[in-house]
Design a protein around this ligand. Structure first.
Ligand code: PAF
Length: 253
């Protein structure tokens, strides 16, 4: 595909924008002058009504932040605009039922369904997805490849607070003591082995572990040994707030 002045780079979001999102918008702007940011809290990807109700919302603040990072069009559609009376419901397949998908049944089917609806409306040439949601990135990339959709999926690196906490819209729900306890996640990831990571995670009483695994980047299945490009992925809860993070693993020579 050759570049054109009308190419769109798309950053789909659920709002509550933080520096992680803004870095995706900047990445998009470096690709093309036409940057569309969508802000839509997608009910289909929430299995927990409480999580949906508590999802932070700040449309006015989001618009200002997105514009300052280089968005040229901000689209905050209504439910009916995204989901007409009939629409295609997608399945994220087997990978969609593991890790995040095992703890949040239907999450990835709902995510893929909305991404499909948003892609059809925006018709981007590029779409930027953060590596923080590494399984989401894997599922979207695979789907685009297999369905032959002519959109380049571009990964955006995780943005961390200075103390190591991965930026997330859910972080605003952490009390100061939760915020401190949450640092156990990046500390565990930096340890470099699964055994050490588990030990570190289990040493923090405020953290409830869901999973800590090394995954093979080509299949998103558990890798017993780190392979080229593999990542350690961690998820759990602190005071009811779900947190996830991941880091590349180095392969020993
Ligand atoms: O990563 C997100 O914020 C959401 O899953 C996405 C991609 C905007 C779809 O709702």
């Amino acid at each position: 595909m050759s570049k054109s002045a009308t190419d769109i780079a798309f950053v789909p979001t659920m709002g509550a924008l933080h520096d992680g999102h803004l870095s995706l918008i900047r990445q998009a702007r470096a690709l093309t002058p036409n940057v569309v940011v969508s802000i839509f809290v997608n009910p289909l990807q929430f299995d927990n009504p409480d999580d949906l109700a508590k999802y932070p919302r700040d449309l006015e603040g989001d618009i200002a932040k997105a514009e300052s990072a280089g968005a040229t069009r901000i689209w905050a559609p209504t439910y009916d605009e995204v989901y007409p009376t009939t629409f295609e419901k997608l399945s994220a397949g087997d990978v969609g039922k593991t890790f995040e998908g095992a703890s949040r049944p239907g999450h990835f089917d709902g995510m893929l369904t909305v991404v499909n609806q948003l892609f059809k409306a925006v018709q981007p040439r590029y779409a930027i997805f953060g590596e923080k949601d590494f399984q989401q990135l894997f599922i979207v990339r695979n789907w685009v490849r297999h369905a032959g959709i002519p959109i380049e999926i571009i990964p955006g690196p995780i943005v961390r607070e200075s103390d190591g906490l991965a930026m997330s819209s859910r972080n605003v729900r952490l009390r100061p003591e939760d915020r401190l306890a949450a640092l156990v996640i990046s500390r565990a990831l930096r340890s470099g082995t699964k055994e050490q990571a588990l030990e570190i995670l289990q040493s923090e009483p405020a953290f409830t572990l869901d999973y800590a695994q090394i995954v093979d980047p080509s299949t998103f299945t558990i890798a017993n040994e780190p392979v080229e490009g593999s990542r350690m992925i961690v998820a759990g809860w602190i005071n009811g707030v779900r947190l996830l993070d991941n880091m590349p693993m180095s392969v020993s020579a």
